[in-house]
Design a protein around this ligand. Structure first.
Ligand code: GLV
Ligand code: MG
Length: 316
């Protein structure tokens, strides 16, 4: 994996709002993405580019991952967005997010453009990463080649609102289950994105939930993608941040259990433990596959700053 950045909560901040740019700085989101795309009206985009450059250069973002979402390649804005943001604040930018990616060529274009800029500006080559939003059928059909298109890629992101519109899904409740469909209408899309992301060691990120005052409904949607293995979700409102940080981290109980499995299996396979490859931990049979599962949960718990509350005692 290119980086091990935490992205449990990815906060959308319209680049046209000075107030929100200022407020975002102090919020406990793992990532902020300063938006030049759909949250910014066409006439406000030139001003938003300037606001974003200033916001990136001005302040302490408290270790958050700093991302700018540019406009997609079917618009006339993408090149200017990338030029102005990287020229103005390239050293203070972690990733560029490209929306509505439809093919690997879109990513290749951004990769080359970033390389040109880094060379011209004397920035570290290849440092600025790319985040790819999958928001239509063509993007999903091509997601494997998109995910493989550049070593700069860090995430593949589901964009449910644009996606629903693009496939003519007859609903306006983004991310919510549909009363007429006896399953999760997003399951296939989420899994497709997750498989592509994992194949190329990228993070898989779930998109926005628009009913920002209904945190319980946000939790329900977030839990579904977290259960599949997604790394985080967009948040549109400060009230969604704590919920995302909690849901995309393991619970204390699961974290403790994962660390216990690692210790117990490490012991049982050692000389001191008798070099045993399948062993009982309480009522549970653990083996090498259990170790791999436990590693995933333990790594996420450690990244989230959880501290163990139990210790392993080797059997007497
Ligand atoms: C996000 O960009 C979405 O379209 O859901
Ligand atoms: Mg979108």
């Amino acid at each position: 994996m290119r980086t091990s950045r935490s992205r449990r909560s990815c906060l959308a901040v319209p680049g046209s709002s000075l107030k929100m740019l200022e407020k975002a700085r102090g919020l406990p989101a793992d990532q902020v993405f300063l938006d030049l795309e759909d949250a910014v009206a066409p006439l406000a985009k030139p001003e938003a580019r300037k606001n974003i450059v200033a916001a990136l250069n001005e302040g302490d973002w408290g270790g958050k991952t700093r991302v700018v979402r540019v406009n997609d390649l079917t618009t006339e804005w993408t090149l200017r967005d990338v030029l102005e943001v990287v020229e103005g604040a390239g050293a203070n930018l972690d990733c560029v997010m490209l929306p509505k990616v439809q093919s690997a060529e879109h990513i290749t274009w951004l990769d080359h453009t970033l390389t040109q800029l880094e060379r011209t500006l004397g920035l570290e080559p290849g440092r600025i990463g790319i985040e790819a939003q999958i928001e239509n059928a063509r993007g999903l059909v091509n997601v494997d080649t998109i995910a493989a298109a550049s070593p700069r890629l860090e995430t593949v992101i589901f964009g449910p609102a644009d996606f629903m519109a693009s496939i003519n899904m007859p609903s306006l409740a983004v991310g919510a289950l549909h009363p007429d469909y006896p399953g999760d209408p997003y399951h296939y899309i989420l899994m497709r994105i997750l498989m592509a992301a994992r194949t190329y060691d990228l993070q898989a990120i779930d998109g926005p939930f628009l009913q920002v005052r209904d945190v319980d409904a946000f939790r329900a949607v977030a839990r579904r993608s977290a259960a599949l293995g997604f790394d985080g979700k967009w948040v549109l409102h400060p009230g969604q941040i704590d919920a995302a940080n909690e849901i995309y981290s393991p619970s204390q109980v699961d974290y403790d259990h994962a660390e216990l499995i690692l210790d117990a299996y490490g012991h049982s396979t050692s000389d001191a433990g008798g070099r045993v490859g399948a062993v009982m931990l309480g009522d549970e049979m653990i083996d090498e596959a259990s170790r791999k599962m436990a590693l995933v949960v333990a790594a996420r718990g450690r990244a989230a700053g959880l501290v163990r509350t139990t210790t392993f005692t080797p059997p007497g």
